[in-house]
Design a protein around this ligand. Structure first.
Ligand SMILES: NC(=O)c1ccc[n+]([C@@H]2O[C@H](COP(=O)([O-])OP(=O)(O)OC[C@H]3O[C@@H](n4cnc5c(N)ncnc54)[C@H](O)[C@@H]3O)[C@@H](O)[C@H]2O)c1
Length: 366
């Protein structure tokens, strides 16, 4: 009882004396920076020399060392007798019959890949077909989608000589940013395949503009394809799954740009669009979890597609800059996404939803 009363009384006195001090004309500052200003020459103050007040080089040879690799770290490859025992790897016994977990199979599934005529979408589609799925390629470029569908089946035939059951791979036109076009494409896929189980949204593109000068219509188009297109296809497929009372899996292709800011090229709208895609996946994962519809995101780093190859051939300095920032030391290939997308669509990831799987050679963890 006594203590709280004493504390209240002391606090009241303190507040009164503070109020009194505030009304006087001379107020002693609570802190003053005289000591700091005296030493304001960074070269004389070792702490100041380590701040951004100091000119470059003032903090000595160690400057930036924690943001760069340290060449003095030396770990030798151990001699043979010090080598730990290596367990044998399973499932590498043959060209076409590699033992693997059955959960990774996509047999009897129908998957859609938007933007599947080219680039990452095409190769991811190939991975799904190799894993047992039928495939509907959706693209703005219908001719290229037709050619892609035919060559996927042809490649499958070559890799699986003697197999009679060929995958059903179809091609369909859609502008993913247009709701009517998306609905028409979904109806067409259903008429050809009878059902849809999985979706990969790979239609998307990037542009490098400084934000001030990015034409507004182009920015709207960029967001339209990357964000609206992802949303429209995801909701369309989820609606179908709910009507069928079937489980399903959706993988949205985001980008590491949704989590970090790439350098040196400016691309603020793209980065923001990909951040939206990542959080859309998480949000829909929660919204549809009760329907057994999983939604995940794959965020690729710099991948070498025909398009990026062309850009980098024309800008070799950009390629050097990029690869210097990737811990793996090299860009990824579209094939590096085959396993990631198959995993997230298959039962092997049945308890994974709302996740962002970064396939970026370690870029975003540095
Ligand atoms: N290549 C990379 O380094 C990289 C890195 C991270 C993320 N990504 C993302 O991966 C996805 C695929 O990129 P990519 O490198 O394969 O690009 P790409 O240009 O090679 O292929 C994109 C495909 O999408 C199609 N497309 C574009 N707009 C469309 C629309 N409105 N409707 C339907 N289809 C449309 C194109 O015709 C094309 O076939 C994109 O979302 C991209 O942002 C790419």
């Amino acid at each position: 009882m006594f203590k709280p009363i004493a504390r209240t009384a002391t606090r009241a006195l303190t507040l009164r004396s503070v109020a009194a001090t505030r009304t006087t004309s001379f107020v002693r500052p609570l802190s003053h920076t005289a000591a700091l200003s005296k030493k304001d020459d960074p070269t004389k103050d070792p702490l100041l020399a380590a701040t951004n007040k100091a000119p470059e080089g003032a903090s000595g040879e160690h400057e930036g060392q924690f943001a760069r690799t340290d060449q003095s770290v030396h770990i030798e490859y151990p001699p043979d007798h010090e080598m730990p025992a290596q367990p044998v790897a399973q499932g590498r016994g043959g060209m076409h019959f590699k033992r693997t977990l059955a959960q990774f199979s996509l047999e009897k599934k129908v998957s859609i890949v938007t933007g599947g005529a080219r680039g990452l979408g095409l190769v991811m589609g190939q991975g799904l077909v190799a894993s047992g799925s039928d495939l509907a390629i959706i693209d703005l470029n219908k001719d290229e989608a037709d050619t892609a569908a035919a060559s996927l089946v042809e490649q499958f035939r070559k890799e699986n000589p003697g197999l009679e059951d060929m995958p059903n791979v179809t091609a369909h036109y859609a502008d993913v940013a247009n709701p009517d076009s998306v609905n028409n494409a979904l109806a067409e896929v259903l008429s050809k395949h009878g059902q849809i189980d999985n979706l990969v949204t790979s239609a998307g593109f990037t542009e490098n503009f400084d934000a001030i000068n990015y034409p507004f219509e182009r920015m709207q188009k960029l967001w339209g394809v990357n964000v609206d297109g992802t949303y429209l296809f995801a909701t369309g497929v989820a609606k179908h799954l709910m009507e069928r009372k079937a489980s399903g899996s959706i993988v949205m292709i985001g980008s590491m740009s949704g989590a970090i800011v790439n350098v040196p090229q400016p691309q603020a709208p793209y980065n923001a669009a990909k951040a939206a895609v990542r959080h859309l996946a998480a949000s829909l994962a929660v919204e549809w979890a009760g329907h057994d519809i999983r939604v995940n995101c794959i965020s690729p780093g710099y991948m070498l597609t025909a398009l990026t190859r062309k850009i980098l051939d024309e800008n070799p300095q950009l390629r050097d800059h990029w690869t210097s920032l990737i811990p793996a030391g090299k860009m990824g290939t579209p094939e590096d996404l085959m396993g990631a997308v198959t995993f997230l669509l298959s039962d092997a990831s049945k308890y994974i939803t709302g996740a962002d799987l970064r396939v970026d050679g370690g870029y975003t963890v540095t």
